[in-house]
Design a protein around this ligand. Structure first.
Ligand code: 13P
Ligand code: ZN
Length: 276
């Protein structure tokens, strides 16, 4: 692809390379499953990329004026996380949203003529909501974490019930995601509709479960976002282990204990889950 290998020296591209590799190794991203978008400051991008050289401009089907002029590293649609480290300039791209929010310029990557993830609507709309909550917000991460998917087959899909079970599965869960998880109904993926619904949930929490599909996470750093999903996936794994145990669940963390935990760690559990 005529790569100069400059991407191996770009720290924010490196971070996406590492994350995709780790996610694939966790078994969360079979084939082309999963996608990441990473908001990077213009000054940081300009240190490494000549942003006046636009490779292609592509239209957006949904307006994102709030993101005008912003730069994102985004995984390519149809690309395998397994392969990102082998050819980052093919599997990733850097894009800049146009001033009117109706298109974006590709300034680096997608070297085989590719384009950003089919879930770009969910990513961009979620970035808009999370940035309103926290100007430090940077990352949207989607993956097909196995036990979260499994849990959506056998657990009540009400957000409060789903959140409470996750909190009960590992003591630190409540501390890591006191806002709980949002849960959508089943949707066709890659649509503006699932994007809008995901972003609506992102107004209140940083984790959104897509039943029989996977999870979306949001955060300020790659580590933090990865850690959020890792924590939910671990709790879902414990749930899948204990719920199928022939002895059944004999004890769990009580609502009073969860309340004591929240107090000790200075977090506020989302209202309506704990009954104390
Ligand atoms: P992309 O290959 O378009 O990123 O889609 C993968 C996916 O996980 C869809 O939900
Ligand atoms: Zn997916």
């Amino acid at each position: 692809m005529g790569t100069t290998n400059i991407e191996y020296n770009i720290p924010f591209v490196q971070e996406v390379m590492e994350a995709t590799r780790n996610m694939w190794e966790m078994g969360w991203d079979e084939r082309n499953g999963g996608n990441i978008s990473y908001l990077v400051d213009e000054a940081e991008v300009k240190k490494y990329i000549d942003v006046t050289k636009v490779k292609r401009t592509l239209p957006l089907e949904f307006p994102v004026k709030e993101l005008a002029g912003k730069y994102f590293v985004v995984t390519g649609t149809g690309k395998y996380f397994k392969n990102v480290t082998l050819a980052p300039d093919v599997n990733l791209g850097i894009i800049r949203v146009a001033a009117d929010g109706m298109s974006f310029d590709i300034v680096w990557g997608y070297a085989d003529g590719g384009r950003p993830t089919s879930e770009l609507a969910a990513h961009f709309m979620s970035h808009i909501e999370r940035l309103k909550k926290d100007p430090q917000h940077r990352i949207i991460m989607h993956c097909h974490s196995t036990n979260v998917i499994a849990m959506t087959f056998v657990h009540d899909l009400s957000e409060k019930a789903f959140t409470k079970t996750l909190w009960q599965m590992c003591t630190e869960c409540l501390v890591v995601f006191p806002d709980g998880v949002g849960v959508l109904p089943w949707f066709v993926p890659g649509t503006n509709e699932i994007g809008r619904a995901t972003a609506e949930k992102m107004k209140d929490c940083r984790l959104v479960v897509w039943p029989q599909h996977g999870i979306f996470g949001a955060g300020t750093t790659m580590d933090e976002t990865f850690g959020l999903i890792e924590t939910v996936e671990k709790a879902a794994e414990v749930y899948m282990l204990v719920s199928s145990h022939r002895e059944g669940i004999k004890q769990t963390i009580t609502d009073q204990e969860l309340t004591d935990l929240a107090k000790a760690f200075g977090v506020t559990p989302v209202a309506g889950v704990l009954k104390v």
